[in-house]
Design a protein around this ligand. Structure first.
Ligand code: OAD
Length: 285
């Protein structure tokens, strides 16, 4: 069996839709769930002037694509399933089939999902900012499918498969009915290529992310509860180094009170509006 990363779905339909909707709106505001949300002109100016920008994303950026978040009451995955039974190496050793099957279900779910206007806006932002780093805690590949070129995956990818014993990436294996499948090299179990609780983040990804956070002038924290470290630490590192911190999230998070600006709305609506204003500000410079 072979699994290719991001091997699915349509790409650009939702984006066209977001641009059309935004044309009729007045400057510097977005209509979000029937309410007008102002996007401060100073924020847009700072974004237009910034040479180095970081976006740190979490599950909320994929919520409008129909991918469940983790910690939201009722709909969050950790409200329905126990993380200790599904997302630790010990859980996998205890019940490898249960864990493999749960990730197979999630893989199928995200493979069927399509990127939303928030993902597309971030891929366009990459083109507009001289040095743009997209750091994601998401494992769903939706940023890449929206066209983002340089994505740092802090928690791995649900489309990657690793040998549990050797930690090496495995691209193909024989489908002999074993669940989980067996490593073609050592016959150990194969596991999903995601970071589980208690495991370190991929070293190179964390080093690049830490560098980008420490060097950026503006950091957007989008759709994350800002609770899971070390990713949650990155906005604080950026702030300590002088960056402007902007949160995009419909609800308050651990980071909110430390942010310079908070845009209280869904990423799929706020980001296209921010992008529209940024294009205008850049054109006027
Ligand atoms: P959480 O589920 O903890 O938080 C999701 C956030 O998204 C919440 O703050 C929501 O308010 C927000 N949200 C919901 N809908 C949104 C929308 N349309 N637009 C913007 N924001 C929205 O997810 P993460 O912070 O990503 O790790 O969780 C971090 C890590 O914990 C995950 O990567 C995963 C999990 O356990 C591992 O599996 C290792």
């Amino acid at each position: 069996m072979t699994r290719k990363k991001g091997d699915c779905g349509p790409k650009h339909q939702e984006h066209a839709c977001a641009i059309l909707q935004s044309r009729s709106l007045p400057d510097s505001s977005a209509i979000v769930r029937g309410m007008r949300v102002e996007i401060p002109a100073q924020l847009v100016e700072r974004l237009a002037a910034a040479e180095r920008v970081v976006a740190l994303t979490g599950a909320g950026v994929s919520a409008e694509s129909g991918v469940p978040t983790f910690r939201e009451a009722q709909t969050g995955l950790w409200a329905q399933y126990r993380a200790e039974e599904l997302a630790t190496p010990e859980a996998f050793q205890r019940q490898p089939k249960l864990v493999w099957d749960w990730y197979e279900w999630r893989r199928t779910l995200v493979a069927k999902a399509a990127p939303n206007p928030g993902h597309f806006a971030l891929s366009e932002l990459e083109q507009l900012v001289p040095e743009f780093s997209l750091l994601t805690q998401n494992v769903d590949g939706l940023h890449q499918r929206a066209g983002s070129q340089r994505v740092i995956e802090l928690h791995g990818s649900i489309f990657d498969t690793l040998c549990f014993d050797e930690g090496t990436q495995v691209l193909t294996w024989s489908d002999d009915g074993s669940v989980p499948p067996r490593c073609p090299r050592c016959a150990g179990w194969l596991r999903p290529g995601v970071v589980w609780f208690g495991e370190p983040l991929p070293e190179a990804a964390l080093a690049s992310a830490s560098r980008a956070a420490a060097e950026c002038q503006l950091l957007l924290s989008i759709g994350t509860s800002s609770l899971v470290h070390p990713a949650a630490r990155l906005p604080y590192d950026a702030k300590a180094a002088g960056a402007l911190i902007v949160e995009i999230n419909p609800t308050e998070t651990a980071l909110s009170k430390h942010a310079d600006y908070v845009l209280r709305g869904p990423a799929g609506e706020m980001l296209p509006q921010l992008l529209r204003l940024l294009r205008k500000a850049k054109a006027a410079r």
